[in-house]
Design a binder for this molecule. Structure first.
Ligand SMILES: CC(=O)SCCNC(=O)CCNC(=O)[C@H](O)C(C)(C)COP(=O)(O)OP(=O)(O)OC[C@H]1O[C@@H](n2cnc3c(N)ncnc32)[C@H](O)[C@@H]1OP(=O)(O)O
Ligand SMILES: CC(C)C(=O)C(=O)O
Ligand SMILES: [Mg+2]
Length: 559
């Protein structure tokens, strides 16, 4: 039964003098990727050594300096992978690998065997401290649970002493921290730290997991601030965050947790991990980047990250995934497309130093995305988008008054077909409705004679010759057509500009003509500006040619 009364509100930390809401994040935290451990333990098919190797190489390439590479005491593939990294000397000098273990001696012993010969490593030990785990899973008192932690810490310390050539860092997680009474969590962590003695130079991380996200992110931030204020040797410890995404706020919780005083953040690329996933480092890193803060991770090739994540996790990346999804820089809707087109042009014309473009929080090219994908056309699109596709993909710049009639044709096709229209289809619609002309309406030749501001012209249109007079070539053509056919022709809009440069330059003429009151639009290109204008007129006329009557014999047509 769907009954909310089955659930209780999360009890908050009563921190009335919190300071974190006034803090700003000004630099990247220390990042630790847990893709190869927490991410891996959530997969239908845990990663093979080949998959793990590819993920590890990517993480190194992106700039991670701390990478949790597995739970080597848990499975042979994890053990073998750690051995491979060490024996094949695959760990760069500035990267610390980290491994997870439960606070059980046999597992800790095996963990150190996996790490034998490593130059530097972080041994991460955890045990659950929450009320529910104490009461229902471990059936132990607070002191007994604390004893698991301190005993685990001693084993970690003592086995490390057997490998003095390695620079060891120790990490402790009170697993299910957010479900633990906060003073008790501090007490357990103080006790673990006392075993490890940071005052003697031992490097220590205390990692505070929202193992299951149980509250809103502000509550997590209160917990972190409270914890940091009360931990005895806070200044000697790196406080790390490890959030999950059960309520969809894994990134928000980590961000507020950093504002609340944490130094370090654990997470995975694209947020793969248990249930709804771990904190997504791509999202949090790009959040920083888009605020002008160096994330200290190189996300300039997001398509590569997606490739590797999909290969290793065998899970697809959602099209709407923040920053990375296939569709997140794509606008289908007309008003967004219009605004993007104008805003991008404004940005370029004004040579703005800072990115400030409507609907595009970052420049997609920064992360390896092309502008091509920004505007895509379907039945929700408008004239601005169609114009942009023609400009962007084919260099066809149409005057503004031409946008609406063309867009109507595109809209009609999109509605009929019910699918997205490709740029090629839009070009075809443009050509069919504005450019293509039957051969009998093609301008094959023309001659102009100017006499006292009056142009007398002879045109070869298809196989037929026409003559006309006017103030210019276009007017002379109107005259020729009106002489031959029973029609009134009035040029309502005309625009001509050059496209391309140098010897390849062409004139692009756009015209809107009222023929017996009906508006027709056409476009023509030619290296000769007059020919382009005349052809545009003929193309427009050809659309009405079947509806206009030829005049009686005795007209001035020349055979
Ligand atoms: C929130 C997290 O992500 S925590 C990490 C979780 N990840 C994993 O579990 C992935 C890898 N794990 C495994 O492969 C296995 O669990 C192993 C190899 C580590 C251990 O295997 P097993 O001993 O066979 O099984 P299991 O994990 O069920 O052991 C449970 C026992 O360990 C105890 N235990 C569980 N966690 C811990 C811990 N962190 N420290 C000490 N004891 C623990 C339990 O109380 C239980 O004790 P019991 O046997 O007296 O009832
Ligand atoms: C082992 C710990 C850090 C963990 O993954 C969690 O609590 O989510
Ligand atoms: Mg976790």
């Amino acid at each position: 039964m769907f009954d909310h009364k089955k659930y209780r509100r999360f009890e908050t930390v009563r921190l009335t003098d919190r300071t974190w809401p006034d803090q700003e994040i000004n630099k990247a935290p220390d990042w630790c990727s847990v893709d190869l451990r927490d991410g891996n333990q959530a997969l239908v098919n845990p990663m093979s050594v080949a998959q793990k190797t590819r993920m590890f190489n990517l993480l190194v390439k992106l700039g991670f300096k701390e990478i949790e590479v597995g739970f080597p005491s848990a499975s042979q593939p994890d053990f073998d992978f750690v051995r491979k990294l060490i024996e094949e000397d695959r760990i760069p000098d500035d990267v610390t690998i980290q491994v997870l273990t439960q606070a059980r001696e046999a597992l800790i012993k095996r963990t150190y065997e996996a790490l034998a010969g490593v130059k530097r490593a972080n041994v991460h030990v955890y045990n659950s401290t929450s009320i529910v785990q104490r009461e229902q899973v471990f059936n132990m008192s607070r002191d007994e649970i604390k004893a698991i932690a301190t005993q685990g810490a001693r084993w970690v310390r003592d086995y490390a002493a057997q490998y003095p050539a390695t620079a060891w860092e120790f990490q402790y997680s009170p697993e299910s921290f957010t479900g633990t009474e906060i003073d008790y969590a501090v007490e357990v962590c103080d006790a673990v730290i006392a075993e490890w003695k940071p005052e003697n130079g031992q490097k220590i991380v205390i990692n505070l997991p929202a193992t299951v996200e149980m509250s809103s992110p502000n509550v997590y931030a209160d917990q972190i601030e409270y914890f940091c204020r009360h931990l005895k040797q806070r200044d000697k410890i790196r406080i790390s965050l490890h959030t999950h995404n059960d309520r969809g706020c894994g990134v928000a919780a980590a961000e507020l947790g950093v504002m609340a005083g944490a130094d370090r953040v654990e997470g995975t690329l694209i947020g793969n991990g248990e249930r709804t996933g771990n904190m997504d480092i791509v999202t949090m890193g790009m959040n920083l980047y888009s605020q002008g803060i160096d994330p200290e991770l190189d996300f300039s090739n997001i398509p590569e990250i997606i490739d590797v994540v999909e290969y290793c996790t065998e899970l697809p990346v959602a099209a709407r995934h923040p920053w990375a999804g296939e569709l997140v820089y794509t606008a289908f809707s007309g008003s967004h497309q219009d605004a993007i087109r104008k805003s991008v042009n404004y940005h370029t014309e004004h040579q703005q130093t800072h990115w400030n473009v409507a609907y595009l929080p970052i420049d997609p090219r920064d992360i390896g995305r092309e502008y091509e994908a920004v505007i895509r056309i379907n039945s929700q699109s408008g004239k601005g988008g169609v114009a942009l596709v023609l400009e962007r993909d084919f260099g066809i710049e149409l005057p503004k008054w031409m946008h609406a009639p063309l867009s109507q044709q595109v809209q009609q096709a999109a509605e009929t077909q019910g699918v997205e229209l490709s740029a090629a289809t839009i070009k075809t619609i443009y050509e069919q409705s504005l450019v293509n002309v039957p051969t009998q309406w093609q301008l094959n030749d023309y001659e102009l004679q100017t006499d006292a501001n009056q142009v007398s012209a002879q045109f070869t249109i298809g196989e037929t010759s026409f003559v006309g007079q006017g103030a210019g070539a276009l007017e002379a053509l109107c005259d020729a057509l009106a002489t031959q056919y029973q029609c009134e022709i009035e040029v309502s809009h005309f625009d001509e500009h050059s496209i391309g440069a140098g010897t390849d330059a062409q004139a692009l003429a756009s015209i809107c003509v009222a023929i017996n009151g009906t508006l027709e639009y056409a476009v023509a290109t030619n290296e000769d500006t007059s020919a382009a204008a005349l052809q545009a007129m003929l193309t427009a006329f050809s659309r009405q040619a079947a509806k206009v009557e030829p005049r009686e014999q005795g007209t001035e047509q020349v055979a």
